[in-house]
Ligand binder design. Structure first.
Ligand code: M6R
Length: 590
């Protein structure tokens, strides 16, 4: 993962880089580092582990060129030593990386044989040492950098700050790299969000290109074609990052409450706009939905809607488990890729593999201008606005709202779907009340000391049980497991003992009776039972959280209490809610 930032211009570089990295922290927040070229021509580096400080203490001296990095650890622990940027042996350049050098072990042992020693546990250091080695036989650093890049396996984007030539060099492969241009100032980052408060003229760097930045100018070099290419900036609308918490304590709770609006925003598409895609789906033999993490559960739920509502053959697969499916898919099938960021490495690789098979790719994405959008034949934006909390809430429900609209439109029931979505939105408004929050907070207090939890769902609520468990795991660090209620008696019931919390998701549907009887079975073994869903006149529950009423979108009504439970439980535990440990918002490595 990781975020990369570079700047050269008239402003004070450390300040600009610090602000840029703050906006890139969603890519990783294990540690951060900022390197600038000081007045004496030497590179000065400030780095630390943990989150970036709110502000930077600046020296009086203004420096104009530098690079920064925010890390999500892949190779080597979260230590200052492993924090980027990394110095060359002669300290003339520093280098930072976003990606994984897959042949790092081979490169390291090759370099060790040539006499290089390693001080860190990172794969990045192998890049630094390789550049040093290549420089011995090359005309200049640029050539050494290019030669190094050609030897790296995996998706790697690398940035280098050279004090001898007073310039920034960067090469992209996989992870994004975007230039921002404003008069004599140049910004370079993993995401336009990092500098969009300053400029809207951007230049996208493609895979296999090197960018050279010096004295307010940039040059792009195509490494494979071995020549410079001219690419003028284009205007890109400023993205609204919506960093205002609007009075809420955390982004997570703000984003949860926003769902009453985002379920509608995600489904603003007219029938005419959907029509070409609907035709494509009608003509498809099989529809594969693909995603990872929460987007993977969206993929499951959307496939569920396509099968149950539109009666289409729809198969949900995880982005990182596509290999066996590549043997059976054909160009007569189509793919719906789902991703909040559009930058998830697993999903990008899956889509690249599907494209090679000649498949039609459509994507449901929340972030504009993502890599996934460029790989897709058609794109549907989730329009949920920026989701800053690492745990996805409003984007999940946006994705499945859109999937529901698709399935209903395929079944010829577009207007009914729109009415359902409106009804849900209205009911969510009254669901988000002080009473609801207070009750869920009370349940969270009861659960605070428990360690193992089970969530049961069936039919439309099966994947909601899984997503509910993921949400709570991410923020509370407690062991939650969500599974199909039918599975319980086949083994999991062995884990139930006195006081084990079991949460059952109940909807007024054909599975209600099964859920009640499963709850009775765990109750008989001493479980602490909690119900979430449509309230029933039964007494097998110790606690019951009623949800917003809906006819066909119960999956959405039912997932929201899990989001709230996750929030209040994490709050009780004193966890970092918006930036949970070990995670990053955008998983740009495999
Ligand atoms: O950006 P994406 O939707 O492709 O991200 C996929 C997962 O990494 C993501 O959903 C992750 O599981 C979230 N932390 C879930 O809350």
């Amino acid at each position: 993962m990781c975020g990369i930032f570079g700047y050269t211009g008239k402003s004070n570089a450390p300040l600009i880089i610090h602000q840029g990295l703050k906006r890139l922290e969603y890519r990783g927040y294990d540690s951060w580092g900022i390197s600038t070229i000081g007045g004496d021509g030497n590179i000065v580096t400030v780095k630390n582990i943990g989150h970036l400080p709110k502000s930077m203490k600046l020296k009086t001296e203004i420096v104009n060129t530098g690079i920064g990095h925010t890390r999500w650890a892949t190779h080597g622990g979260v230590t200052i030593g492993n924090t980027h940027p990394h110095y060359s042996t002669d300290r003339s350049f520093v280098l930072a990386q976003n990606g994984i050098v897959e042949n790092y072990t081979e490169l390291k042992s090759l370099l060790e044989k040539k006499g290089y020693s390693f001080d860190t546990e990172t794969d990045t250091e192998a890049i630094v040492k390789l550049v040093e080695y290549e420089r011995k036989s090359k005309k200049d650093l640029k050539d050494a950098f290019k030669a190094t890049f050609k030897q790296l396996e995996g998706r790697n984007t690398v940035i280098l700050l050279d004090s001898n030539s007073n310039q920034i060099l960067a090469i992209r492969n996989g992870s994004p790299l975007i230039l921002g241009i404003k008069e004599k100032e140049i910004y370079l980052a993993s995401d336009q969000l990092a500098f969009n408060q300053y400029c809207e003229d951007i230049v996208e760097i493609n895979n296999g290109e090197m960018v050279e930045i010096k004295e307010g100018k940039y040059k792009i070099f195509d490494i494979a074609k071995n020549k410079y290419i001219l690419r003028k900036p284009k205007k890109e609308k400023l993205i609204d990052m919506d960093i205002d918490k609007k009075g809420y304590d955390h982004y997570m709770i703000k984003e949860i409450v926003e769902q009453q609006h985002t379920v509608l925003k995600a489904t603003e598409y007219t029938q005419k706009q959907l029509s070409p895609f609907i035709k494509k789906l009608k003509d498809s033999e099989n529809i594969y939905t693909v995603g990872a993490g929460t987007a993977g559960y969206s993929a499951d739920q959307i496939a569920y809607y396509l099968r149950s509502i539109a009666k289409k053959s729809a198969i949900s697969i995880r982005s990182y488990e596509i290999e066996s499916y590549l043997n059976i898919i054909t160009p007569k099938d189509s793919v719906i890729a789902i991703s909040q960021s559009g930058e998830t490495a697993d999903t990008l690789e899956a889509v690249e593999a599907f494209k090679k098979k000649g498949m039609y790719i459509s994507s449901i994405i929340n972030m504009p201008n993502s890599t996934l959008s460029k790989l897709s034949d058609s794109i549907f934006m989730s329009n949920a606005g920026s989701e800053i909390c690492v745990a996805s809430t409003k984007v999940f429900t946006s994705q499945i709202s859109f999937g529901y609209l698709l399935a209903k439109t395929l079944a010829g029931e577009y207007a009914q779907a729109k009415r359902e979505l409106q009804l849900l939105s209205t009911n969510l408004e009254s669901f988000f009340s002080k009473e609801t929050f207070k009750y869920i907070e009370q349940v969270a207090k009861v659960l605070k000391k428990k360690e193992h939890f089970f969530i049961l769902g069936k039919g439309q609520n099966f994947h909601i049980a899984q997503e509910g468990a993921l949400k709570i795991k991410e923020i509370t660090y407690k062991h939650f497991e969500g599974f199909a209620a039918g599975e319980l008696k086949h083994g999991v019931i062995a884990l139930i003992e006195k006081g084990t919390p079991v949460i059952s998701i109940l909807s007024d549907d054909s599975n209600m009776k099964d859920l009640i009887s499963t709850t009775e079975q765990v109750k008989a073994r001493g479980a602490l039972t909690i119900g979430i869903g449509d309230k029933q006149d039964v007494d097998c529950f110790d606690y019951f959280i009623p949800v917003a009423q809906s006819n066909e979108l119960k999956a959405i009504s039912n997932v929201i209490p899990f989001q709230l439970l996750s929030y209040y439980l994490a709050k009780e535990l004193g966890n970092d809610i918006d930036k949970p440990r070990n995670l990053a918002k955008s998983v740009t490595v495999k």
